[in-house]
Design a binder for this molecule. Sequence first.
Ligand code: UDP
Ligand code: MG
Length: 311
Amino acid sequence: MSSNFLISIVIPVYNEEKNIKPLLQTLLPIIKLYQYEVIFVDDGSSDKTVENIKKETAKSQNIKLISFQRNFGHQMALTAGYEHTSGDCVITLDADLQDPPDIIPQLIEKWQKGAKIVYAKREKRDVDDSFKKITAGLFYKYINFFSDTPIPKEVGDFRLLDKDVVKFLNGLPEQSRFLRGLTAWGGFPAEYVKFSREKRRAGQTHYTLSKMLNFALEGITSFSIKPLRLATYLGFITSAFSILVILFKSIQHFIFNQGDWLPGWASLFFSIVFLGGVQLITIGIIGEYVGKIYQEVQNRPKYLIKEKINL
Ligand code: UDP
Ligand code: MG
């Protein structure tokens, strides 16, 4: 134990029974050089994850557990972790060893040099399948088109935060926690450490296509009202277009006495379908935000804790 600062490691776990042991075997030798606490946040696992963590918490006071009543999602698990840390800096990483603990000393070094946030940036994604690569690529490309806060690319939830940033995050009142955006929103000085993403150690990814889509939508609607504005523009453009068509047709008919007034069935039909589509999209976008307001107003607890160990 050579450091005079405490590092907190937060690890969200959801059905990761096979990964707990290998993870600690890799992680502990690296962080042994510092004073540390490792906080596992169990996100309502239904396998032996909690049991396996308890074996470890029994061995060491530095290994801690927060167990959720049910599954609240990755971002809520991270949020709970942040709210229970006491370290001078907090590092979050996945339980499946896709985020290699070997770069932790580099993260700490950059933090000691003054960075308040040190992101681990994925340089290679060789291990991910092409579907994940494409969807992740689209996600990072478009999230920044919509978001008013620039969100760093190829940066996941593997990062180091200074305790000031953690305090800032813990103080944010909102229910919806898109942490990548919230962290960037604070505007704290940030640094990067590059790494290549490893293969998942055991088990399967929990991010299915629908979860990824929800995550992306959550990210966009939490950080911008641009979609609402786009809907407004869309409304203006289509209305202007229809007014032009109406004017054109009326002038043709009444002034020049030309044009076919009756056989216009097709154009009528298409404009109804088109406008119907535009209206549905617009209502959908508005609904997204109304839904968000609803959730915020309900003000329910972000998560429910069943059990805490060593905390
Ligand atoms: N996770 C969680 N709650 C969930 C889904 C995932 O706590 O509802 C945890 C999971 O155990 C892992 C991390 O979040 O430690 C990242 O999940 P995963 O590896 O499935 O995502 P991927 O790396 O495939 O994007
Ligand atoms: Mg993973």
